[in-house]
Design a protein around this ligand. Sequence first.
Ligand code: GLN
Ligand code: ZN
Length: 762
Amino acid sequence: MSTKLSVVSFPRIGAQRELKKLVEGYFAGDVTKHDLCGGSRELRQNHWRIQQEKGIDFISSNDFSLYDNMLDMACLLNDIPSRYRDLSMDELDRYFAMAKGAQNAKGDVKALELKKWFNTNYHYIVPETEEGVEFKVNGDKPFAEFQEALALGINTKAVLIGPYTFLKLSRNKSRQSFSHLLDRLIPVYQEIIKRFSALGMQVLQIDEPALVMPMDTDDVEAFCNAYQKLLPAKGRTRVLLQTYFGDIRDILTRVMELDFDALGLDLVEGERNLDLIEKYGFPSSKQLFAGLVDGKNIWINNYTATMDKIHRLLKCVDRDKLVLSTSCSLLHVPYSIEYETKLGEAYLRCLSFAREKLSEMDDLRELLEDADFHRNERFLANQASISELLNHPGKRRQEVRAMVDGLTGTDFVRQPAYEERIKKQKQALRLPLLPTTTIGSFPQTTEIRKLRQQYRSSKINREEYAQQIRNSISQVIKRQEELGLDVLVHGEYERNDMVEYFGENLEGFLLTENGWVQSYGTRAVKPPVIFGDIKRSRPITLEWITYAQSLTEKPVKGMLTGPITILNWSFPREDLELSEIACQLALAIKEEVMDLERAGIKIIQIDEAALREKLPLRKEEWQSAYLDWAIKMFRLVHASVGEKTQIHTHMCYSEFSDIIGAIEEMDADVYTFEAARSDLSLLRALREHNFTREVGPGVYDIHSLRIPTYEEIKAQLEKISSQLDVGNLWVNPDCGLKTRGMQETLPSLANMVKAAETFRSS
Ligand code: GLN
Ligand code: ZN
């Protein structure tokens, strides 16, 4: 019997982002509900077939979602806050109202909170559990999808987010304790399992990634109790407990004792799982789904290293109990390299996206069955590609290595200290109390996207392109002046994406044409690939920012992406330490900062939207394994500017309260934060920490489809100023406006400016 293959989950957006187009079309009223459902079905079926053709034995269903799997799970469990329940909308529109907010004749509600999914750039919708919630099975999405696949002859393993992870990641707004809520969820999960079982499902996959987070004894007990009650409901369906994004050191031996039929462990990011198995053994009654193919990075699998891991495993696990799997969902990598026409063969040989990873699994199965695998053609080809990758001439730039080696302690420290320089900045900038500004980007119209497209495909020349970008800049400057904003931006029309743009303009990156990865809901990003040493060979933003500044008396903020965010939103090379890559990036962005300052730009914003993303999941590793170098590299970017140059930074969509100290150590002068969607819990953290810098907690949520009223913003300002010193406050939306339309943006900003003005004069 040959070794079996499993995929944790498959990307759902489609090869050409079909899902995005369908859902956005539905929002715009161009796609009917019928077509949305039909298009979705086609995507699912396509993805099942692809996996079937590649010989995957355990294919997932319910990994599809119209917006987000956590939101799906909340709906399935009937964990729907009453403000959405009260809307007179059908199921589908209510679902989207929870995801995106809604403002129309049927109701006016904000969206649920959006948060980063563990240490990835995927964002999930945070369910909210209210007092009086009635957990019960609601709707039939997972059952219907299972049957849909069954009709195609595929007995899929449905994927469910397990009750422990579901509650750990939800917001508990009830008066009941975690363990009480967990208890109440169990009967619902039991019923779900029974229904699957009745439908003939062979394997059910329950995802519990929260097990890779630190767990105390109460957590371990709560988990074990829950599953002791839950698992007897499984009948003939076998249950796979799937974990990913790290090792499960706090609970591994305990879950081995529970009645799961299979354990899915990440052996890429969670290499320690392997040591633990060697130490404690693995129960002979269970299958091990060994996550050996990296679901998070895009380099080809190194078969030598993987075969080595497999052979270590086989000393502890029976051969027929071993299943080869991906380390996590393939949602975090793009669809296929098949659509890359511009990267040379040599580069393509070392890249592996979702579809290619399926072939890698098939290769590994063959190698596992080949006693003489060292001489197997697939193995030899892989060895050759790996060595080609590591020895590629584009990897090393001597001058960059020399710059990094030449850095000393003072290169990381800005002088004079904040308290002294902020006074000088205030005198020089002469801004009013509560200065108003935006986070950088303005709505990106179809014309702008088309323009960049035409330029990229050489349909228009550089001068035509630049002329049109300048027109957009001059319009947006005018608009901002009309609105009465105090600190202006150039609108970021030249960028498709804040990271990809810098990737395109720095050396050392590979850019894909179609390497889309879902970031949240309908938003996908195209992370650049860090291939070699990074260098800036020419100014990047200078032309646009100085042009914008030439049009106005008001200060225009220079707008850059910081090194940590570029690193965290790219696919990094694996042959150099992350801290070293960050250092190269910091030196490159620093050159841009210095050019902007020299050109007379007084305020420079260095975005670190993704600062928290690669924070280790275990707190004891935060400082030494990450923050120590990450914060230092941010400081390197701005440490050499003059005292009057004001450095801003912006952060969003994550919890900041527990890293406020590190954030202050970044030593920026002004910090704008996403805050509107997370109930301003940040304010308390800032106050408790005695945060000394100027701050702009976002006063309205830009991802919501609604226009915030003037009263709402004013109330928000009152709330903020009751907690923080008004003299240190800025007024701004909570993130860039690129995903919005101008028709909502202008009235929203007008309301914001009006609120700030009234507040100032009161
Ligand atoms: N400056 C960027 C923008 O306005 C920041 C985006 C972000 O924080 N994600 O789009
Ligand atoms: Zn943001």
